[in-house]
Write a protein that binds this ligand. Structure first.
Ligand code: AKG
Ligand code: FE2
Length: 294
């Protein structure tokens, strides 16, 4: 029972662990992400300092400044820094990745009610490993864990997955499109790679549920059409031996490892050349360009 997610992930390419966090634990994490949101959205535009990123845009549909994503807030928030390397997380990851685990992404995705840019095209996260040659075993020892911080289903734009696509290699979905755009019909694009749109599974998650997926699992999410926010905390992990030069330690020899004095390159390849802090004033909402996750 305890390791049912291992078989499920291997067979289906995704797994949902219900009640991963208790309601009290969810509250604590949710309050921490609220703090990050409040701090991030005070910036007038997208802000980067080393791996910390606040993506700040003006959402034309709701007429206000919003923050659809923040990255590596563990550098500024102790609760979230502990959460990324919690004992519970280790228990989930160790049967999949072993005792030595690094972390590549640390993100929250917020979908504001009525927001225009709350749609993630169907894709495989392997496209966001900008330098795939830095990693080994991309198809096996890389896991992303998404923690629902509020109840989220179809109306809120919760995650959608296509079972068993993790065994199909790189399908090139959404490769030359932007990932995050207004609502787009992708039926044709899916059919072209042999996916029947009817195979898409809409996940329904309660606060505290954890969903796992791989770098090759086809997934995406629809717009938030509800009056609630939709909040997903995403951490991605890799077996340490498969990532000698990328990522922050999360667990070493089974022990939880806090962030060190200096950041490691995770997904921001210019970390050392351009650590910041700086603002990115070129607003991708103009071209619907969007850098992704996983
Ligand atoms: O927030 C979402 O719904 C999309 C998440 C996603 O695709 C990812 O984190 O890889
Ligand atoms: Fe993704």
């Amino acid at each position: 029972m305890i390791n049912a997610h291992v078989a499920e992930l291997r067979e289906q390419g995704y797994a949902v662990i219900r009640g991963f966090l208790s309601p009290e634990e969810v509250d604590e994490v949710r309050r921490a992400t609220d703090t990050v949101y409040d701090e991030g959205v005070r910036h007038h535009a997208t802000y980067r300092h080393q791996n910390l990123l606040f993506e700040v845009i003006e959402d034309p549909a709701i007429g206000k400044r919003v923050m659809p994503q923040a990255h590596w807030f563990s550098w500024i928030n102790p609760t979230l820094e502990r959460q990324r390397r919690s004992d519970k997380m280790f228990d989930v990851l160790a049967p999949l990745l072993g005792p030595d685990i690094k972390q590549i992404s640390n993100q929250v995705h917020w979908k504001n009610p009525g927001g225009k840019f709350t749609y993630y095209r169907m894709h495989q996260d392997v496209r966001f490993r900008e330098r795939p040659e830095m990693f080994a075993n991309l198809d096996s020892h890389h896991i992303t864990a998404g923690l629902a911080l509020n109840r989220q289903g179809a109306a809120q734009g919760a995650l959608k997955v296509v079972p068993r696509t993790h065994k199909r290699g790189n399908l090139g979905l959404s490769e030359d499109a932007s990932i995050m755009v207004g609502n787009v019909e992708q039926g044709e694009e899916l059919r072209a790679v042999g996916i029947d749109p009817a195979e898409v599974v809409q996940l329904e998650l309660e606060a505290g549920d954890l969903v796992l997926w791989t770098l090759f699992t086809v997934h995406g999410s629809g717009p938030n059409m509800s009056s609630d926010p939709r909040i997903l905390l995403i951490n991605s992990y890799v077996r340490a031996e498969d990532s000698p030069d990328r990522g922050e330690w999360a667990f070493r020899d089974g022990r939880s490892v806090p962030l060190g004095d200096a950041p490691e390159v995770c997904k921001y390849e210019e970390l050392h050349e351009r650590p910041g802090p700086f603002y990115l004033d070129d607003d991708w909402t103009n071209e619907s360009q969007k850098s992704g996750t996983g």
